[in-house]
Design a protein around this ligand. Sequence first.
Ligand code: IPM
Ligand code: MG
Length: 356
Amino acid sequence: MKEYRITLLKGDGIGPEIVNEAVKVLNRAAQKHHFCVRYEEADLGGIAIDKTGVPLPQETVDKCKSADAVLLGAVGGPKWDNQPGSNRPEAGLLGIRGALGLFANLRPAVIFEPLRASSPLKEEIIGEAMDIMVVRELTGGIYFGERGRCEKNGVPAAYDTELYTVPEIERIARVAFELAMKRSKRLCSVDKANVLESSRLWRETVVRVAKEYPEVELNHLYVDNCAMQLVRNPKQFDVIVTSNMFGDILSDEASMISGSIGMLASASLAEGKFGLYEPIHGSAPDIAGQGIANPLATILSVAMMLRYSFDQKEAAEDIERAVGAVLKDNRTPDIYTPGTNRVTCAQMGDLVCQAL
Ligand code: IPM
Ligand code: MG
């Protein structure tokens, strides 16, 4: 029987609750699809600061590196807001992305049929089925560029640098083209090439990589236009590829179209099959410990893990199907509509297991 080793980074806030439900579902999927999972836990974010003084202890990096995949809950909270920037929980998240070489962040924005009415967009704008894949570069650009404080014209100032190398752009472009080949063969590259030199290099490089994929129809949008088009006519998009910061912003926007940010999963992939999987939402400290968080984004992240790291396509589709089925009648408070059953985080996990 195949065995997979997973490192769990439960993190802060609702992180532990949602990861526990995702583990339940993964164990049920393992039983049904005949594979076996072993878990190890490690600390990341605020909890790691509390225990060791830093958001990303070396032990955590080592435990992640020795696993087949990583499942992450969420990090951060008001308790650590006064930490210096380089020691915030978020710095731990960026640190683990960098340390594990997770350069390709896949953020699918899909609408589950029972949640169509929850989208803030009108039904006729969403169309039949919205299914956008945002491919965000995750270990370069302004998130990782040189930054600092300085003085300009005798007054205090600060700077962050957007820098991309050609190989960094090429490898993320290839991930996006490969995905486009498996989907509708349409790719939209998003940049700000009318202003930024780094964007001009981005565009030139994407155009060059496109020659390797003559079947893919490539177009380019400036990021401001893309943000507008996402709410004007989201149906025009299939795969979107963009830089670290633009991807951060556009993926939040795209996610909201699907009704709730509590529904969206993500995969952060390294070269090869290794990946870290996490919901795209945060640690929601305001509802932590109440058992009312929505575990579905984390459960769907497990489905992505099965698909991208373990080649367990059937098990992945099974989980997605189970989530769709459970959503017909059952909702956590964030997606509740009258006429459905209001369920807790743990009940939602149990229901998905039963539907499996
Ligand atoms: C995300 C988050 C992170 C990011 C934060 C928490 C550092 O917003 O994963 O989208 O900006 O990448
Ligand atoms: Mg974000």
